[in-house]
Design a protein around this ligand. Structure first.
Ligand code: ARG
Length: 750
């Protein structure tokens, strides 16, 4: 009792003096948490020991975190967390989307209806999906940098580093037991070795219907307030001895070193929260010249191209459910990037990121110029970056219009796969070799056509060819293409019609007929094949300049970061994200989105009902969910607030995350799972380039909503039973009470 009174008193005191605690910027390397962050984290509410968080000798929290990929460890598209002793894994719905799509048909539409395995036997295996555990990491900078001579050019340096990196990584594989990689940090000033165990049998266990997992669709994407149940469930399988093994029916569920307990106690504003995972990339050290390049070249180019393709596909997806399934995953990926780029453009401008970067650069230049040694090392860095970016701005659009506008119609990408066959036919290669190539092409054909609908691609092709033609200087467009444009009087619909009518690559039957009796000439006069070859050649011509600009930027970016660190020796500079495991910590917080716009830190099921729109499938709400809501049938996952039952859906934290962190666990001070991170907010979309402490938030799905859906909506008790659920409040500490926010919160609850 005394304790409780004291805590309450302390909370009130803190509440009145510290209404807002600045969130913590940085995605930290687990290996250094004890040294750099631990004390801070403890002060904010972390109860675990440093050893419980990251240890290479004992099982620790990091052993419950996996990177998801197609099989490699060079990049992870998402993160997952282990939540049972039988290798059960939670991630986002949008992370599993591609796999859910691949199992869906018009008859069994798991995208639309969801999927729940009620036993191990019902789980669905996935081709090309792997889950990687970090075994350990190690600083290998001293095995690389001292061996690089000062006289190397940047490209020679890159080549030398690559050689050493490969050797170091191979040495750590221990005869194939581990998959390893040496990753570059601070633009190439430091290098770390990462050792992983990669599991390749990962099966689909559960997914909510898209009306829950993708609720709000592209309209709500990248935005708060959010009401999306963005989760899906997988399970990792191993060979009989717990070893990594490729798919086999008799494989057994993984016995993990650690799994996260799940807390259904909820959170309060100000509560400590950490996020673990595999953020893909940030550019926090980008200069004002880089921002200029983004705004003038990079972002507008990609937005225009993606827009054309999306619009073309959408018409066909809306008209036919089969096409909608075929294009669901491709469309979602492109739409997600498209909206991100729009948001970045807006954020960079509104938040005056260019001006902020300039300030840093003025200080940097003054510091460099002050001493002869620093001037010699760093005096020309900014000038070189300016030049590099100016060149990139020049060269980028042609390259990207050629690479993306010209090469991304699916028919061209697919036709390109037949280039090798043409070479073999041309060189009169051995029949056996030709046969082998044909078999490979036939094997891959099903995969391509499963998600292919020629009329949708034809419309996309027409739109993209027009974008390409209008944006690339005529002298950089292939002759054959210009002839076609001429023949069709500049009508791109006619041009597309001609190509699709005269190419074999539009249908499986025609390709099979060709493969039965392959003739060189068929390929040589196929318009899709010809265009694809020409565009690829054109790309080769501009690639050189583009690479050169990038090399220059790479070199001086490294020096810029090194200089910054030298300039402020007492400041800890965290490294940019690079698909290696990171931890970020912060707290649960609301935010002020704009003048007079205050956003609370959580949403509830009431908001799902509010947004319902029967005429728009992005805001469809299924009957069962409505009934559960009407009956307030929330099980142990709801909470009683002011005499009313409430079920939280999503919440906000100040954690610093980016793409790749999707699916990451949000963990409370006791090391328990309270949510799954899935998005960032619209007002701070330039956050990958400059962190915005006041504005930037991570959007998480509340783990209680996840459990509610599994339990009450799907009735998958088998999944609930596997979890380690914690529902006794372990601490009643209220760290910060935001008085203003509280008043609003109470008002907003009906
Ligand atoms: N913006 C989220 C991310 O990049 C993806 C959300 C997926 N939802 C969607 N409507 N496309 O992690």
């Amino acid at each position: 009792m005394k304790n409780l009174l004291l805590t309450l008193f302390a909370a009130l005191l803190i509440g009145s003096t510290m209404a807002y605690e600045p969130p913590d910027e940085g995605m930290w390397l687990p290996m250094f948490v004890e040294r750099l962050n631990y004390v801070d984290m403890q002060e904010m509410g972390l109860q675990l020991t440093a050893e419980e968080i990251y240890s290479i000798n004992n099982s620790s929290l990091k052993d419950a975190i996996v990177g998801l990929s197609g099989g490699g460890v060079g990049g992870f598209f998402c993160t997952g967390e282990i939540v049972s002793e039988k290798g059960l894994l939670f991630t986002n719905h949008h992370c599993g989307y591609n796999k859910i799509q691949s199992h869906s048909t018009v008859e069994h539409d798991y995208l639309k209806d969801g999927f729940w395995a009620m036993s191990l036997e019902e789980e669905l295996p996935n081709k090309g999906m792997a889950a990687s555990f970090l075994v350990r990491m190690e600083d290998v900078t001293d095995s690389i940098i001292p061996f690089l001579s000062d006289t190397l050019t940047e490209s020679e340096r890159t080549a030398a580093v690559r050689k050493i990196r490969t050797r170091l990584a191979e040495k750590a594989e221990e005869d194939g037991k581990y998959t390893t990689r040496v990753s570059s940090f601070y633009g190439g000033s430091e290098y770390y070795l990462f050792v992983y165990t990669v599991y390749k049998d990962v099966r689909l266990v559960g997914a909510p219907p898209s009306s829950i997992g993708k609720y709000g669709g592209d309209t709500d994407n990248w935005m708060w307030p959010r009401h999306t149940g963005d989760f899906s469930i997988f399970r990792i399988y191993t060979g009989p001895e717990g070893e990594s093994a490729k798919y086999a029916e008799e494989n057994i569920p993984l016995k993990p070193a650690h799994h996260l307990p799940v807390s259904i106690d909820g959170y309060k504003e100000g509560d400590f929260a950490m996020v673990w995972g595999y953020p893909g990339g940030t550019e926090r050290y980008m200069t004002s010249f880089g921002i200029e390049y983004k705004l003038d070249a990079f972002l507008p180019t990609l937005i225009e191209i993606f827009d054309a393709q999306l619009q073309a596909w959408k018409v066909h997806m809306d008209a036919d459910q089969a096409v909608r399934i075929q294009y669901a995953s491709k469309y979602a990926g492109l739409a997600n990037a498209w909206k991100l780029f729009l948001g970045q453009t807006r954020g960079l401008k509104r938040l005056k990121v260019y001006e902020k970067k300039q300030k840093i650069e003025i200080a940097f230049q003054a510091w460099a110029d002050a001493q002869p040694e620093t001037s010699e090392k760093y005096g020309e860095v900014l000038k070189n970056l300016e030049e590099g970016y100016a060149n990139l701005t020049n060269d980028f659009p042609v390259l990207v219009y050629t690479a993306l506008a010209a090469n991304s119609p699916e028919i061209l990408g697919y036709a390109a796969q037949y280039g090798q066959l043409l070479e073999l036919l041309d060189s009169k290669a051995d029949d056996a070799i030709i046969e082998e190539t044909i078999t490979q092409l036939r094997d891959g054909m099903g995969g391509h056509f499963k998600n292919y609908y020629a009329p949708a691609d034809e419309d996309a092709f027409a739109a993209l060819m027009e974008v390409y033609h209008n944006n690339v200087p005529l002298e950089s467009q292939p002759e054959y293409f210009l002839e076609l444009v001429d023949d069709m009087n500049g009508n791109f619909i006619f041009l597309a019609d001609y190509v699709f009518n005269n190419s074999i690559f539009e249908s499986q039957d025609q390709i099979n007929a060709f493969l039965d009796k392959p003739k060189k000439k068929t390929l040589e006069k196929d318009p899709a094949f010809m265009l694809s070859t020409d565009f690829t050649n054109m790309m080769g011509q501009v690639m050189g300049q583009y690479r050169q600009a990038n090399t220059q930027i790479g070199e001086f970016n490294r020096l810029f970061i090194a200089g910054l660190r030298e300039m402020k020796p007492d400041k800890v500079f965290y490294p940019d994200a690079n698909s290696t495991m990171r931890m970020s910590y912060g707290s649960v917080q609301d935010y002020i989105a704009a003048d007079a716009v205050f956003y609370d830190y959580f949403t509830t099921l009431a908001g799902v009902m509010e947004k319902e729109d029967a005429t728009n499938d992005e805001f469809f709400v299924e009957e069962k969910l409505k009934t559960l809501y009407a009956n307030k049938d929330f099980g142990p996952y709801g909470e009683m607030v002011n005499g009313k039952e409430r079920l939280n859906v999503c919440f906000l934290t100040t954690n610093d995350i980016t793409g790749g962190n999707s699916g990451s666990p949000v963990i409370n001070g006791n090391g328990e799972l309270i949510g799954i991170a899935f998005d960032g907010n619209w007002e701070a979309m330039s956050g990958d380039i400059a962190f915005e402490p006041e504005l930037q938030r991570t959007i998480n799905v509340d783990i209680r909503y996840v459990l509610f859906i599994i339990d009450k909506l799907a009735g998958a008790q088998n999944i609930i039973d596997e979890l380690t659920i914690v529902d006794t409040p372990k601490h009643t500490k209220v760290k910060t009470v935001n008085v203003k926010a509280k008043a609003v919160t109470e008002k907003s609850i009906e």
